[in-house]
Ligand binder design. Sequence first.
Ligand code: NDP
Ligand code: HSE
Length: 445
Amino acid sequence: MKSTNLSPIRVGLLGMGTVGTGTFNVLQRNQEEIRRRAGRGIEITMVADLDVARAKAAVGEGVQVVDDARKVIANPDIDIVIELIGGYGIARALVLEAIEAGKHVVTANKALLAVHGTEIFAAAHRKGVMVAFEAAVAGGIPIIKALREGLTANSIQWIAGIINGTTNFILSEMRDKGLDFDVVLKEAQRLGYAEADPTFDIEGVDAGHKVTLMSAIAFGIPVQFDKAYVEGITHLAAQDIRYAEQLGYRIKLLGITKRAANGIELRVHPSLVPAKRLIANVEGAMNAVVVQGDAVGTTLYYGKGAGSEPTASAVIADLVDIARLHTADPEHRVPHLAFQPDAMSNLPIVPMSEVVTSYYLRLNVADEAGVLAKVTGILASMGISIDAVLQREADEVGGEGATQTDLIILTHDCVEAKMNEALAQMQALPTVLAPITRIRKEELA
Ligand code: NDP
Ligand code: HSE
């Protein structure tokens, strides 16, 4: 019997919102090609959403729509449950119940997996079912597949990614059009990029969830979002974006995970990136991830990181993987986190104070003799070497007759604890007139 004669695999979808609707539509539109690739049809036969009328209008006749997601999980005809509700609350309970019921699960919910991944993957391993999550990191970009399978020969050195479309959109629009933060955020929400709670985007939490998942897969460590350092873009000022530009850099919110001598770095924060790097030129809601492996060298993955159909593309790729593999012996499937569950590593996450990186500093200072010498003296006393200094004319910064100015300093690499100490000393100088801005700098060479 040809594999394409197998009966379709039946799927239940929880959450008919932005991604749920995209998933349904793409699956309908491309069903014949998908069937030829998967070896059998993939059919969404049951949908749960709180708004039954809206969901019915989206799926049309022939699909059962209910308001209680547990009815989907309890349906013995359903082989795969797609969770597209989001959040850690009901989604966690439903995913665990689906696993317990022996269903394979596909989810785009990075928040859930970054926080409760250990529990969920362990439950799936016990029950011999798959939990697939390509859509959870960088939307339509197949970065999970690349890390877990395509780069499996490599010892991964580091990953740096623009993995939140909303913040990249905000930074791009602020830089290009001089628009205000709030205006651009509203537009990102209107376009469906932002999370239900947009503070997850702008405070770096969403990117933290995603880099936590990539870190686990790259280094074979447990998912541990609670140990990630997370800083968002809300404190960024328009003049920092401008000064960075003048120094040959762009500011991007990067998710970074790196193999270091003392463990694994896991951090999200705004970073100056040399303008000549490809990743510095990723604009709007686009995402990009750079992966450095010891054998392959540097690889770059670029594409839409959010939106209805780009995310659906990743959800459906997971459905096809499951359709192909679900009859295989669980021991012969690709492990959830790339490494065999009994071969995970316990490398520690490096505390932020021990991370080594370089810095951009902006000091608003009194425009008088000796200020620069005092500041550079403090940096020298902490063993921090200066890469470049930019001092603006006082009247350029504060208008004619101004008595204060901006002093911009780029440093070479130093350990974060030393920089924290230097910042405290510089901040205490009477000639430093406002809180010092510190943005980390990544050369990504
Ligand atoms: P939406 O808010 O658009 O959709 C969620 C849907 O779930 C809504 O229709 C909601 O109904 C419904 N829902 C809420 N509670 C329940 C429940 N108990 N039972 C059944 N349905 C329920 O979210 P998105 O589609 O944008 O996101 C879904 C997931 O995908 C999230 O985890 C998100 O982080 C992730 N993701 C989203 C991307 C994007 O571009 N949007 C990209 C990558 C990942 P109601 O509206 O009535 O509350
Ligand atoms: N809110 C997320 C973003 C959606 O802006 O990237 C995709 O995960």
